[in-house]
Design a protein. Structure first.
Lengths: 536, 187
């Protein structure tokens, strides 16, 4: 049936990938017209109003730096005042400005775009690639996100899908998707660990596979650790060295910085593949005397390993945490799956082997496995008969962060513990504190600290329309629900009358329904370069 | 989805609020951790929302969602040894009707209990804990004099700790055994 198709999209920090699982066949990655299987998550806004996405856009990072947005995923679902945004402002050549409700906007060619709108353009390109490849319209997708993403980030990812004109069937976690791609249809009974080091995030999930059931036992992560940090180390080394020899700081100029960044990424890949890298950037800058200078360096594997050792060690702290939550030791793990480009580095492979005392699995492509898993899940969600056909698989995932509500004195009281299976719900009763009170406000947080400062604010919910009475007399039961996407929903009822009260979100980093509609319209009007207009 | 299965779903949804967690997972009260996990996997194969994502009405999906959330809730409580213990006591006790779902108060009590056990085990002060750990280690190595010194130091910090006193008594009994006996004892 023509309706029965949905793709899986791995929306990565640096690269994205799209795959499909056709009926009866194994899942496969959909390449673009040039045979490229992964596509840079870079969006370049051209002078003529066209938008370029993918590996070609990446080339524009240097020539069209101020209007080319890269690593948007690092900013998605974050508040403007967060550290990550400050860090991005320092290194990114495009303008990052504050939008309403402390949200983040990027400023390109005089327009202000929210981060989901930028990610939507990447998704639109993935959609177009899939449509060209399959020769038909694609409107439904499963999109992956890091397991350690919080509610704001998941909601924003889902919004991005909607803006791109996709019905998002499910947001699934990247490590879970990888595990699904690995274990699907193999009839395994194993405990596995997925070590997912992406461009901007690091995730570890421990799963128990019992034939068709994929139960996540625990998940842990660091949303501030990824391959980009490895590049930064090389970059700092190159720049410091250049400063010493020429007295010029390459980091002062955003144009030089982009060249430096690109050279660092190349050097990292080369040193991982060949054991040493020659760095050569011709005419990177001009000295005050007008002399054109080149950047020349040689990076040895030993030296690189020393530079990044602490980053590698940080990943194993996260592994410790995940194993501890699952009440297991490294010895209990039957197989280790590596996901993400940086896991190709020999230093990572050696360290993983050392930590788990086990050879990590080969034969799983770290760049594509997530998209393949998402494709399997997408196919399962559109095909109602999958369960009867013996093709079924069930993902039993968990919430990565504890859900809390703010209480007096700046404390955050825990309602749902991290690593609790989802979907789940939990109720809590609130009472009014004043006579004749008409509204009750609560703030919802996610995080592991019992102080609100240490947690991420998800939003402020306001309940109205309940019975008005003396203080302490009115009891409102608030139900917190985490849906299968890991997205939090809050609703309330008056305990005595059983009537649902109306809920409004008065503070949130996300887009309002109206903004979303506007964004969908705007997005439909944007033409991607090299693609037929929307609607094939 | 056949009519038989539909009826089953409807019946389960109707009585959901009267079931305890064991019944939700179709287990006998008192089942252990391994059985709980197996039951969770079994019920997931039946009631996982993904199975109904493309089939059935929105109402059916909402009902399934409600059932599956309860299954997850049951699993969360029963997979944990301490919580399971507490819950079993609750639902087999006289207050059964009110204790079908694990509440905040239960959670707090489990936490308190856990804290108490840890404190009892290792002492309430950092120094007490440190010396107690040394004492147990020395005792394991059968260096009784050293063990006695350490546990006495621990008791300086926490004179009332019953576990410390118990260990001291044990060590002193051992010391008594190894002490040389005979005529040459100084009187």
């Amino acid at each position: 049936m023509s309706d029965d198709i949905a793709v899986g999209i791995d929306l990565g920090t640096s690269y994205s990938c799209v795959a499909v699982a056709r009926e009866g066949g194994s899942p496969s990655v959909l390449p673009n017209e040039w045979g490229e299987r992964t596509h840079a998550s870079v969006v370049s806004f051209l002078e003529d109003g066209h938008v370029l996405v993918g590996n070609d856009a990446k080339k524009n990072i240097i020539t069209n730096a101020e209007h080319t947005v890269a690593s948007a995923k690092r900013l998605i679902g974050r508040f403007f005042f967060s550290d990550e945004v400050k860090k991005a402002q320092a290194v990114m050549p495009y303008g990052i400005v504050e939008g309403p409700n402390s949200s983040v906007r990027v400023e390109v060619r005089g327009r202000r775009l929210s981060i989901p709108e930028v990610s939507a353009l990447v998704l639109k390109e993935m959609k177009a690639i899939a449509e060209t490849n399959l020769g038909r319209e694609v409107t439904r997708a499963v999109i992956t996100c890091p397991a350690y993403f919080n509610d704001n980030q998941r909601q924003a990812t889902k919004d991005a899908g909607r803006i791109a004109g996709l019905e998002v069937l499910r947001i699934i976690n990247e490590p879970t998707a990888a595990a699904l791609a690995y274990g699907f249809g193999k009839d395994l009974s194993q405990r596995i660990c997925v070590y997912d080091l992406g461009g901007g995030t690091f995730d570890v999930s421990i799963l128990e596979i019992g034939k068709d059931v994929f139960e996540v036992l625990s998940t842990a992560g660091d949303t501030y650790l990824g391959g980009d940090d490895f590049d930064d180390r090389i970059m700092a080394w190159l720049a410091d060295d250049f400063l010493r020899t020429h007295g010029l700081d390459l980091r002062q100029n955003k144009f030089c910085l982009q060249m430096l960044k690109e050279a660092s990424e190349r050097a990292k890949i080369e040193v991982g593949r060949d054991g040493a890298a020659e760095v050569l950037v011709k005419s990177i800058c001009q000295s005050p005397e007008g002399e054109v200078l080149d950047l020349r360096q040689r990076l040895e594997a030993d030296q690189f390993n020393r530079m990044v050792m602490d980053l590698v060690q940080r990943t194993f702290k996260v592994c410790d945490e995940a194993l501890q939550s699952a009440r297991l030791t490294a010895h209990d793990i039957d197989a280790v799956i590596l996901v993400g480009g940086p896991t190709r580095l020999p230093i990572i492979r050696t360290s993983v082997r050392h930590y788990f005392q086990k050879e990590p699995l080969t034969g799983v492509d770290p760049d594509e496995v997530v998209a393949l898993g998402a494709a399997i899940q997408a196919a399962a969600l559109v095909r109602g008969d999958a369960a009867e056909g013996g093709q079924a698989s069930y993902l039993l995932d968990v919430t990565p962060l504890s859900l809390r509500v703010g209480t007096v004195g700046g404390f955050a009281e825990r309602l749902i513990e991290k690593n609790t299976p989802i979907p789940i719900e939990r109720s809590k009763t609130f009472t009014t504190s004043r006579d004749g009170q008409e509204r009750v406000k609560i703030r919802v947080y996610q995080g592991e600290s019992n102080r609100v400062e240490g947690c991420e604010l998800l939003g402020e919910f306001e309940f109205t329309g309940f019975r008005v009475g003396y203080r302490g007399e009115v009891q409102i039961q608030v139900t917190f629900e985490i849906d299968p996407n890991g997205i939090v929903d809050v609703s309330a009822t008056d305990l005595e009358t059983g009537q649902r009260t109306s809920t409004t979100i008065s503070l949130s980093s996300g887009l309002s329904e109206q903004d979303l509609r506007q964004a969908i319209d705007d997005n439909a009007g944007i033409e991607l370069l090299g693609r037929a207009p929307a609607g094939v | 989805m056949d009519a038989q299965a539909l009826i089953e779903v409807e019946t389960l949804a109707a009585v959901l609020d009267q079931l305890d967690y064991y019944a939700v997972l179709k287990l006998q009260p008192g089942a252990g951790a391994a059985e709980v996990r197996a039951a969770y996997h079994r019920e997931s194969r039946v009631y996982h929302p993904d199975r109904f994502a493309a089939a059935g009405s929105a109402e059916l999906r909402a009902t399934i969602g409600r059932i599956y959330r309860r299954i997850n809730e049951a699993y969360t409580v029963l997979r944990d040894d301490r919580r399971r213990e507490r819950y079993l006591a609750d639902v087999t006790g006289p207050d059964r009707a009110r204790k079908l779902r694990f509440t905040e108060a239960d959670e707090a009590q489990v936490k308190e209990e856990r804290q108490r056990r840890i404190e009892e085990q290792f002492g309430q002060t950092p120094n007490g804990r440190k010396f107690y750990a040394t004492a147990t280690q020395e005792a394991r190595g059968e260096r009784w004099e050293a063990a006695e010194r350490a546990i006495k130091s621990a008791l300086v910090y926490e004179p009332a700790n019953p576990r410390f006193k118990e260990l001291l008594a044990q060590i002193q009994a051992e010391l008594e055994k190894t002490r040389p006996r005979g005529d040459y004892r100084i009187r």
